[in-house]
Write a protein that binds this ligand. Structure first.
Ligand code: 5GP
Length: 177
């Protein structure tokens, strides 16, 4: 099993997620919000962020598959599991693990716009600006990171490491080559 070089420890992540929750609670005071959690990578971040938000939220889940070689997104995106209810007239906050090229969120935001929501904002735990292909506005951002492939805190490599409680980089012993 390859070693994971720590990048952001669990306490640092928890502190930032609490701040993001407070910011969202202030911005949407008095409103009802639907948290749209993007599967699978955002399930840990989504669970923590939801519990840091002091508002009457409901939660729904959306599965996306971005075709690629596992590390590189191709920009061809497919909805594998759709939301369970219509979102017309609702305030939506999309909860995503990481914005890399931006292609996945660009696709999702265009798709959600056709469903007539009252508003759609994006909360992303991570952003890798070095790899941007399409600009997406991130309304609530956890951390900006370098161009490295991260795992843990919900993020996988070949479906593994999602349960690692911190964020780190797989040490290069050939696994990513
Ligand atoms: P984008 O369409 O912005 O290039 O890619 C977004 C998706 O690619 C993320 O939701 C995530 O599934 C995957 N991804 C991008 N960078 C990383 C990374 O460093 N680690 C992991 N595990 N997934 C990543």
């Amino acid at each position: 099993m390859p070693q994971i070089q720590p990048l952001l420890d669990a306490e640092t992540i928890a502190a930032r997620v609490r701040e993001m929750g407070q910011e969202i609670s202030r911005d949407y005071a008095g409103e009802e919000v639907v948290l749209v959690i993007v599967l699978k990578g955002s399930f840990v971040f989504g669970a923590d962020l939801a519990r840091a938000i002091d508002l009457p939220v409901t939660m729904d889940f959306l599965g996306l598959r971005s075709y690629g070689d596992g590390v590189q997104s191709s920009g061809v995106v497919e909805i594998t599991t759709d939301l369970s209810k219509p979102v017309a007239g609702k305030h939506l906050i999309v909860i995503e693990d990481i914005v890399d090229t931006g292609l996945t969120m660009d696709y999702l935001f265009k798709n959600l716009a056709t469903r007539g929501p009252k508003s759609v904002k994006l909360a992303s735990l991570l952003h890798k600006p070095a790899r941007t292909k399409v600009h997406v506005d991130i309304d609530y951002l956890g951390f900006t990171i370098e161009d490295v492939f991260v795992v843990g805190y919900g993020l996988d490599f070949a479906q593994k490491y999602r349960n690692v409680p911190f964020l780190g980089v797989l040490e290069s012993d050939g696994v990513l080559e």
